[in-house]
Design a protein around this ligand. Structure first.
Ligand SMILES: [Zn+2]
Ligand SMILES: [Zn+2]
Length: 266
């Protein structure tokens, strides 16, 4: 079995035929999916999807593109919302200096709020980081020093230094369809450097379809293609890559298989 650790099933791309996309994933061996929040204001949509499909879980948080719109959402509020039985992660939050859709100070503030919620709940923080390697590494180091929290560097496309900082701080590193692109040799080199027990795969669907579906609408079933390339990259067969990444995903998204302890709100 594979787990698509990061997709966006609430996007309009899937609205027409969501049950078919979920069924296609399950038929392809993708037994579990985590649909990731981009706006806390849309919490009910994500919860609704996860309640509809036994193979789907969800997260709570604000994407860095929307950070300035949800600065009033406190860590305590995130903790409270995360008590939903199918909510297994905090985020995605982070820094995106490629688009700069939200002021950088707002992105950093939002990130720190989400880190606090991940620390309180011990649910993994799903981190979005684009062209912000140095600031991201600095914030992660500083915040980790205040108290450990679990986290995932999702859709990893950053440099080797941020990957190694993440590994040193105990983070998971998740690879998307970008790993399959011909031009991604440097990314595959980083995948070989990440310890096996920290590797995850994801689609980030509907974006970033892997080869041979590049340019088409991505969907959770296609995480199989990324896992195939990851297997070749790290020199194991497909079943072994599936076993490694699925065990990692289950350890990271621990709440899928365990009830959450009562979160301590400071
Ligand atoms: Zn992202
Ligand atoms: Zn995403």
């Amino acid at each position: 079995m594979l787990i698509d650790t990061h997709c966006h099933l609430d996007f309009p791309d899937f609205a027409e035929d969501l049950p078919a996309y979920v069924a296609r994933a399950e038929a392809a061996g993708v037994g579990r999916m985590v649909t990731i929040s981009t706006r806390v204001a849309r919490f009910a949509d994500y919860a609704g999807i996860a309640e509809r499909f036994p193979s789907v879980w969800f997260s709570v948080g604000t994407h860095p593109h929307q950070a300035h719109e949800e600065l009033d959402v406190t860590a305590e509020r995130l903790v409270e919302l995360s008590r939903h039985p199918r909510c297994v992660a905090i985020g995605e939050a982070g820094l995106d200096y490629h688009y700069d859709s939200s002021p950088r100070e707002a992105q950093a503030q939002g990130l720190r709020t989400h880190i606090a919620a991940a620390r309180m709940t011990q649910l993994p923080l799903v981190i979005h980081s684009r062209e912000a390697d140095d600031d991201m590494a600095a914030i992660l180091r500083e915040e980790m020093g205040k108290g450990a929290f679990p986290a995932i560097l999702h859709c990893f496309t950053a440099g080797e230094a941020l990957a190694m900082t993440g590994v040193e701080l105990g983070l998971y590193v998740s690879f998307s369809g970008i790993l399959t692109f011909k031009t991604s040799e440097s990314l595959r080199r980083i995948a070989r450097m990440v310890p096996r027990e920290r590797l995850l795969v994801e689609t980030d669907a509907p974006y970033l379809a892997p080869v041979p579906f590049r340019g088409k609408r991505n969907q959770p079933a296609y995480v199989v293609e990324t896992a195939k390339v990851l297997a070749d990259t790290i020199g194991v067969d497909f079943d072994e890559a599936a076993r490694i990444t699925t065990e990692n995903a289950q350890r990271c998204y621990w709440k899928m298989d365990h009830a959450a302890p009562v979160a301590q709100v400071a």
